[in-house]
Design a protein around this ligand. Structure first.
Ligand SMILES: Nc1ncnc2c1ncn2[C@@H]1O[C@H](COP(=O)(O)OP(=O)(O)OP(=O)(O)O)[C@@H](O)[C@H]1O
Length: 356
């Protein structure tokens, strides 16, 4: 296991500067997820760590050694692709051992490593089969097994579960997390699926436009998003947003959207807010409490039954506010009062969209 330290990285693909001045520190043994919408540059960043893209600027260190211009095979990494990339004519055992045989690893050592990986991934009974005789999930297990036998310092995963159906994804996701614990290896994992990111990551980097918008634990990012992009990218439904201004009155600070004056004096402002400052208030649907004595009012426009809970959509003077409720007796229509949990609010500057 090794740490990965990226400084001031710039990556140019054709005429596109896909990544600029990017810093990222992955600790040894950590599971880091790169998460972001399509085209944000997460695969480009992963491929740069693997040495498949040339750096136009900056540096990449792996295990304290400068690998910026090193050949992919010398970086101590193993890469698992979305598309499995298995050899169709070789059986599972041969697919898994291929890299080791090329590298001249002794036969008994190969057998030991393949047996261990097959055991971890429940591939033992399938070792004699060809890829064409395997399901998608089994093929991806073989691709992961092939990476494990290499005993790499850093494992890189490029959306490895996205070809699988929902049930298999969930299963293999859990197996990957357990595998990480067992191996204690450094893993960097690309996905655009936020559930995958939240459940797998020790820390995750949320990317947009070739830059990391926030790098922290899933909980910290979910609870305290650094900017509006991160706030709305995570969560289903996403964070509710109300536009208003910050006003001072009798030594207290209020968020005022013209209909609602919410005392936010206790909010941990990073800088004292300016009087009248344009502000966007964010609150997660599970932090909207539908209760008769709530200070806000809205009319129920839609109720979505999700099985374990319901999503209530409330029209608050033209703004749709989602509330997650557990109670089957929740209002199905008409007017409803609600409150916003004061300790769970996020406030963003309207102009910069950064967290206040
Ligand atoms: N060979 C290339 N030449 C020029 N631009 C490229 C090349 N490959 C990718 N890009 C551009 O770089 C940007 C980042 O692409 P990248 O594949 O890293 O995104 P991504 O976040 O992994 O997206 P996805 O989830 O769709 O794979 C995109 O705007 C893409 O169009």
């Amino acid at each position: 296991m090794a740490n990965v330290s990226i400084r001031n990285l710039g990556i140019q693909l054709g005429a596109n500067r896909v990544i600029s001045a990017l810093d990222l520190d992955v600790r040894a043994g950590e599971f880091v997820v790169l998460l972001g919408p399509s085209g944000c540059g997460k695969s480009t960043l992963l491929h740069s760590i693997a040495g498949l893209n040339d750096a136009a600027a900056g540096s990449i260190e792996i295990g304290g050694r400068d690998m910026t211009y090193a050949d992919p095979k010398d970086r101590g990494i193993a890469l698992v692709f979305q598309s499995y990339a298995l050899y169709p004519t070789m059986n599972v055992e041969k697919n898994m051992s291929f890299g080791l045989r090329i590298a001249g690893t002794p036969k008994d050592e190969i057998a030991r490593r393949v047996a261990r990986a097959a055991d971890m991934l429940q591939l033992g009974p399938l070792l004699g089969r060809k890829p064409g005789q395997l399901s998608g999930g089994q093929r991806q297990r073989v691709a992961i097994g092939r990476a494990i036998v290499r005993q790499a310092d850093v494992f890189l995963f490029d959306e490895p579960l996205s070809n699988l159906d929902a049930k298999l994804r969930t299963e293999l996701r859990r197996e990957l997390k357990l595998l990480h614990r067992q191996l204690g290896a450094t893993m960097i994992y690309v996905t655009h699926d936020q559930v995958e990111a939240m459940t797998l990551a020790d820390r995750m980097a949320v990317m947009q436009g070739g830059a990391i918008q926030q790098f922290d634990t899933p909980d910290a990012i979910y609870r305290r998003p650094e900017n509006l992009f991160v706030a709305t990218f995570l969560g289903a439904p996403g964070m509710n947003l109300l536009r208003g201004r910050l006003l001072r009155h009798d030594g207290r600070v209020f968020f005022d959207d013209g209909h609602l004056a919410l005392d936010v004096t206790g909010y941990p402002f990073r800088q004292p807010p300016a009087e009248g400052q344009g502000c966007i208030l964010g609150v997660r649907p599970e932090d909207v409490e539908v209760r008769a004595d709530g200070p806000c009012r809205g009319s129920v426009t839609l109720v979505e039954a999700m099985g374990a809970h319901r999503v209530l959509w409330l029209d608050h003077h033209g703004t749709q506010v989602a509330a997650i409720v557990q109670d089957e007796g929740a209002p199905a229509g008409g007017a409803a009062a609600f409150a916003l949990r004061p300790d769970r609010l996020s406030l963003f500057d309207e102009a910069s969209t950064q967290r206040l």
